[in-house]
Design a protein around this ligand. Structure first.
Ligand code: NAG
Ligand code: NAG
Ligand code: NAG
Ligand code: NAG
Length: 359
């Protein structure tokens, strides 16, 4: 993530287009599918899909240590819950990758950047996700999705991973919005242009998914965009009390296109390789839950003392410029963009039945 610029305010005609693809429609449709599956399905842990390895591409929602040591993910208080010290995750602890790995019976795969450390084995696959990245180049100097896939290809070419590894593997792909924050930082928000940009982001994602298929991946879980309008960066203006529906409608448009792209790819490949991980619905249902363990669900645990500072910022003499809540396990959001470990656990619990059914 790392949203560096707010979306600008004028939406005009664009909204009319967006409403045709309204987020509500997406949410309702997928809850219906979910109910349907519960009813006729094999039950919560029955999927029993046991891939040999897990390969991961994307951004901070999946990264488990690829960013450089000078990034927030490697600084106190990141990692306070797990592993108890900063370890390269943009959270208090475990992230989506870790929960998915566990649920399919694997250790969380080694980050690509740590592959040369002694005693590191690649038995459970590898994680190529870099915080801050997108399908296109963003504001960070880390590999975009095409380049991440290129790194994977090198390891296939040099025999680190085999065709058999691929055929029996699971792949996770996350795309959490960095393309959009980079785009709006540079261009502002011109409605017609942004609409085109959303189309091009999903189209590029489709190209990347196809590359994974061509490399031999046969089960690929692709994250839908989470409700950006609910993340603390965009709810700070109302003291973390309500989501921004306008932004969530834009997310609905992205997700609608994503579903179409995924279904077209499955059709083209005459397979059911690609599965959508519905982060939109799962975030919403956790945030909306009435019996939630999260007392003030939109409020992040770790925040800068003013808007000039972030979670983890210290000044020149080492004084903390942030505060951390007493109980990170009762907060959904960790910082301005990322869930806590407890947040990710709740999200994963919410989506696991539907996901495991499709794997
Ligand atoms: C929603 O976000 C947009 C873009 O940042 C902003 O212009 C708009 O004022 C926000 N709406 C509300 C109700 O906060
Ligand atoms: C990804 O990064 C590479 C290397 O910097 C660049 O050549 C390429 O154009 C980028 N791809 C996209 C789709 O932006
Ligand atoms: C798949 O694509 C073919 C043509 O490419 C089309 O005729 C068919 O209706 C498509 N099936 C689905 C389920 O979309
Ligand atoms: C969350 O609750 C609000 C208010 O009741 C409702 O408008 C919204 O549709 C709900 N969202 C989801 C995903 O259930």
């Amino acid at each position: 993530m790392g949203f560096r610029a707010p979306w600008v305010s004028s939406f005009g005609l664009f909204l009319i287009i967006i409403f045709l693809f309204s987020a509500n429609g997406v949410v309702e449709a997928s809850s219906r599918r979910l109910l349907h599956r519960h009813h006729h399905g094999r039950g919560l842990h029955a999927a029993g899909f046991r891939p040999a390895k897990l390969f991961v591409f994307g951004d901070s929602y999946a990264d488990t240590g690829n960013n450089k040591m000078n990034e927030a993910s490697w600084k106190v208080p990141y990692g306070v819950t797990f592993p108890g010290k900063p370890a390269g995750r943009f959270s208090s602890g475990r992230v989506l990758t870790d929960f998915l790995a566990k649920s399919v019976g694997l250790e969380s795969p080694v980050p690509y950047q740590g592959r040369n450390m002694e005693d590191r084995r690649f038995n459970s696959g590898m994680n190529f996700a870099y915080g801050g990245t997108g399908v296109f180049d963003t504001t960070v100097a880390y590999p975009n999705m095409t380049t991440q896939i290129g790194l994977f290809k090198q390891l296939i070419d040099d025999g680190t991973f085999s065709a058999a590894d691929l055929a029996s593997s699971l792949t996770l792909v996350t795309l959490s919005g960095n393309d959009y924050s980079a785009y709006t930082a540079k261009n502002g928000l011109i409605p017609s242009a942004l609409q085109e940009f959303i189309v091009s982001v999903v189209s590029q994602l489709g190209t990347n998914l196809k590359q994974l298929y061509e490399l031999g991946a046969r089960k690929v879980a692709v994250a839908a965009l989470q409700p950006l309008g609910c993340i603390p960066r965009f709810t700070a203006v109302n003291s973390f009390q309500k989501c921004n529906d306008t932004l969530n409608s834009l997310v609905g448009f992205h997700n609608q296109l994503l579903r179409k792209a995924v279904s077209d790819l499955n059709n083209q490949t005459a397979s059911s390789t690609f599965v959508v991980v519905d982060l939109y619905t799962s975030f919403m249902s956790v945030l909306n839950s009435t019996d939630s363990t999260f007392v003030d669900p939109l409020k992040p645990c770790c925040v800068g003392v003013s808007s000039r500072f972030n979670c983890g910022t210290v000044d020149a003499d080492g004084t903390k410029k942030y505060t951390v809540c007493e109980a990170p396990e009762s907060a959904f959001f960790w910082d301005m963009a990322h869930p806590t470990q407890a947040g990710w656990r709740a999200v994963y619990t919410s989506l696991s039945a539907a996901l495991e059914q499709q794997l």
